[in-house]
Design a protein around this ligand. Structure first.
Ligand code: NAD
Length: 431
């Protein structure tokens, strides 16, 4: 980002979050932003806490006949702007703290792109890679029944996140619908198209990341053609961002997954890597590339770095080694507050998660609207709406950054938290 825009960096006064959780980072972001926008202290206090945190145990019969009990949760952070909205994550490291941070970020994200939702997130602590499809289906259906009282089209609408996909959403929709006695496609988004899913939803987060990266490239006066991109995490978000960038003329020089990464200075064809991963379970055995670690990928010489895996990947220890000119955050919370400060000092243009990866929740919103109206929009219409929404949101954040002479994350948080604060103030704190 230009020095003029990033003159004042609010995180200079940030408290250390080294070795702390995603929730510590989220609360520190809230504290700094509250101060900057003079948020009413009562509203600040409210926003520190989730409205509802539900922890459930999920006993399921494994294929070998044993019963195993999994921990699941759903956190509804704030619903002042509309029904709760947020993904469901299946991962061994899921904790209530992590899910609470992710729910808080969802609240700000929906406000940044100005869609009428509050923020929520769910998770189950499990390792889906070690579970059969039948076990995952039983887990999903049992988890859904545990959420029945708190979810619903006007209450809380889940979506996919790490290691959950359209099939998992189909099981959620079917379970919910079985209990209601009729089909309720609008109770969940990210469904298969045959069951009311939206065209373009599967790729929407990656497309949004690409649009934000492209806008940042323009702001730096660079040309999109030949821009070198490294992507950490070759899942839904990373793969789609990589393939859309590739189709637009960018050079994908590295990708990775949980097993490690591959680097090829002359450029990779992400479609071929995707086929390879589908067959072999990982990108790491793809021929003709240098094998690298996930840590090495982050520090590669490149123009755009897309972290699209998990939280806290760019931290105090490695931020100084980042060589990218732009970081477009596909993942939620990939950068710690100290790392933010270091990137700022290095004049890296960071497009924060609550803006860069908001394409997913945006098209989820379009899916919900289509379901409520029993409509199905063509792909071109969805993509056109997404393009307009992402560019407008990017410009809103960029202009706020310029006006406030701050970095992009501070600007996005100011916009998001500011809008949520205003909604709460207007509603009043009842009774
Ligand atoms: P996914 O399950 O489709 O893919 C995750 C990818 O990350 C996989 O390739 C996996 O191998 C890799 N990975 C896992 N652990 C890793 C590690 N330690 N190091 C490197 N790679 C690792 O998940 P996704 O939906 O693509 O989500 C990725 C990120 O994007 C998450 O932070 C998620 O919260 C965020 N996000 C997703 C969506 C969405 O619509 N799916 C929307 C907004 C944000």
């Amino acid at each position: 980002m230009t020095k003029r825009v990033q003159k004042k960096f609010s995180y200079l006064n940030a408290k250390s979050t080294v070795g702390k959780s995603a929730l510590d980072v989220a609360l520190e972001q809230l504290r700094i932003t509250a101060k900057k926008i003079n948020l009413d202290p009562d509203i600040h206090e409210m926003l520190k806490h989730a409205k509802r945190s539900l922890v459930v145990s999920i006993p399921i019969k494994l294929d070998n006949g044993e019963v195993k009990v999994f921990m699941g949760c759903r956190v509804q952070h704030n619903g002042a702007r509309g029904p709760f909205k947020g993904g469901i994550r299946y991962h061994p490291d899921v904790t209530l703290d992590e899910v609470t941070a992710l729910a808080m970020w969802m609240t700000w994200k929906c406000a940044v792109v100005n869609i009428p939702y509050g923020g929520a997130k769910g998770g189950v602590s499990c390792n889906p890679k070690e579970m059969s499809r039948a076990e995952l289906e039983r887990l999903t259906r049992r988890y859904t029944t545990a959420l029945l009282d708190v979810m619903g089209p006007l209450q809380d609408v889940p979506a996919p996140d790490v290691y959950t996909d359209a099939q998992v959403m189909a099981w959620i929709m079917d379970t919910y619908s079985q209990f209601k006695g009729h089909k309720v496609p609008e109770c969940v988004t990210g469904k298969p198209i045959i069951l009311g899913g939206s065209e373009g939803r599967a790729e929407a987060t990656g497309r949004g990341v690409f649009i934000c990266g492209r806008e940042a490239i323009k702001r730096l006066g660079m040309k999109i053609k030949g821009v070198e991109v490294a992507v950490q995490g070759f899942g839904n978000v990373g793969w789609n961002a990589a393939r859309i960038a590739y189709d637009t003329g960018c050079k994908i020089i590295a990708v990775s997954d949980s097993r490690g990464g591959i680097h090829c200075k002359k450029g990779l064809n992400p479609y071929k890597v995707y086929e390879h991963k589908k067959k072999n379970g990982s990108v790491v055995t793809y021929k003709g590339c240098e094998n690298i670690t996930n840590e090495e990928l982050l520090e590669l010489e490149c123009d755009v770095l897309v972290p699209a895996a998990l939280e806290n990947q760019i931290a105090k220890a490695n931020a100084g080694n980042i060589k990218a000119k732009i970081v477009a955050e596909g993942a939620n919370g990939p950068t710690t507050t100290e790392a933010d400060r270091i990137l700022y000092e290095k004049e890296v243009f960071s497009v924060p998660d609550i803006l860069a990866n908001a394409g997913g929740v945006t098209v989820s919103y379009y899916e919900w609207v289509q379901n409520l109206n029993r409509e199905h929009w063509p792909l071109e219409e969805v993509n056109r709406k997404l393009e307009n929404k992402m560019v407008k949101s990017f410009n809103d954040v960029y202009e706020t950054a310029k006006k406030e002479q701050s970095d992009m994350r501070t600007a996005a948080l100011m916009l998001g938290i500011g809008r949520v604060g205003k909604a709460i103030k207007t509603l009043g704190i009842w009774p």
